[in-house]
Write a protein that binds this ligand. Structure first.
Ligand code: C2E
Ligand code: CA
Ligand code: CA
Length: 258
């Protein structure tokens, strides 16, 4: 509560890399708490905030507003940052005005909705919220905001959700990526998700890619993009600025992604 009031929460940005071009195609904003005495904290430490209705909504608001401001600042510096994604919680979806609120924050910052993505997990589709979630996502999608289904394959009735909601992008959960090399079943699941995604005209991103070998297998499976320590950890907005300047003069092409 104190951290939120003092605006000590900031997005950390993790690059998303194209497995066909090896270039940065966007970023995911992940909440980080710049604690006055404990240093930089991740959701491992404060994740319970997302279960607290009001706090979660307040954090979501700060994250979206800050991400929009950072996109504006990168664009003002002439830096192409691609699409920037923000995670939404179930609490965020309790607000029927969520879509116009997000669109207004983008407009205030002068950021086009096509530069923005929201990542949702399947929990937002469960229970009473189904109808609200559907109209919120439809409104965002219609305005040009991309919709990503996070942690795909770990929830309930994923395939039904692909049919019911305006999903643009599937994020393959890192639990399938972790054992990709040794586990034929995980490799089969990843290939199946990629094939399904492509058949439906959706992008696929693999999460938690830690080694070049995993990247090579994902590329062979036809996966579009990846995120993970193999390329970069989440970074501050300022670091991303210099990172983008560096990639402008010297494209960071991964040997296994080109
Ligand atoms: P997520 O959305 O699935 O985010 C991916 C998590 O994997 C992040 O953890 C990221 O730092 C971590 N990660 C990225 N690459 C690798 C890798 O190569 N190896 C491993 N082992 N991990 C990797 P993080 O930042 O601790 O976030 C954890 C979860 O907290 C997120 O999972 C998301 O569900 C939630 N979260 C984070 N920020 C927000 C936010 O602003 N709003 C909401 N509602 N949830 C958030
Ligand atoms: Ca996410
Ligand atoms: Ca995820």
């Amino acid at each position: 509560r104190e951290g939120l009031a003092a605006r000590q929460f900031r997005p950390g940005y993790q690059p998303k890399i194209s497995l066909t071009t090896g270039r940065i195609v966007g970023f995911e904003a992940l909440a980080r708490w710049q604690h006055p005495t404990k240093g930089l904290l991740s959701p491992d430490y404060f994740g319970s905030v997302f279960a607290e209705h009001e706090l979660s909504i307040a954090l979501g608001e700060q994250m979206i507003r800050q991400a929009a401001a950072d996109v504006r600042s990168w664009l003002d510096q002439g830096l192409e940052c691609g699409r920037v994604a923000v995670n939404l919680s179930s609490a965020d979806f309790s607000d029927p005005e969520l879509a116009p609120r997000i669109l207004r924050m983008l407009e205030d910052a002068g950021v086009h909705p096509a530069c923005f993505e929201v990542e949702v997990t399947e929990t937002v589709f469960l229970g009473r919220r189904t109808a609200t979630a559907s109209s919120i996502l439809n409104e965002l999608h219609k305005a040009g905001v991309s919709i990503a289904l996070d942690d795909f394959g770990t929830g309930f009735a994923s395939l039904t959700h692909l049919k019911q909601y305006p999903v643009d992008h599937i994020k393959i959960d890192q639990s399938f990526v972790r054992n990709l090399i040794d586990d034929d079943v995980d490799a089969a699941i990843v290939t199946a998700i990629v094939t399904l995604g492509h058949a439906m005209g959706l992008h696929t991103t693999a999460e938690g890619v830690e080694t070049e070998e995993e990247g090579a297998i994902l590329r062979q499976a036809g996966c579009d993009q990846f995120q993970g320590y193999a390329y970069a950890r989440p970074m501050t907005a300022e670091t991303i600025g210099s990172f983008l300047i560096a990639t402008l003069s010297r494209p960071m092409v991964m040997p296994w992604a080109s």
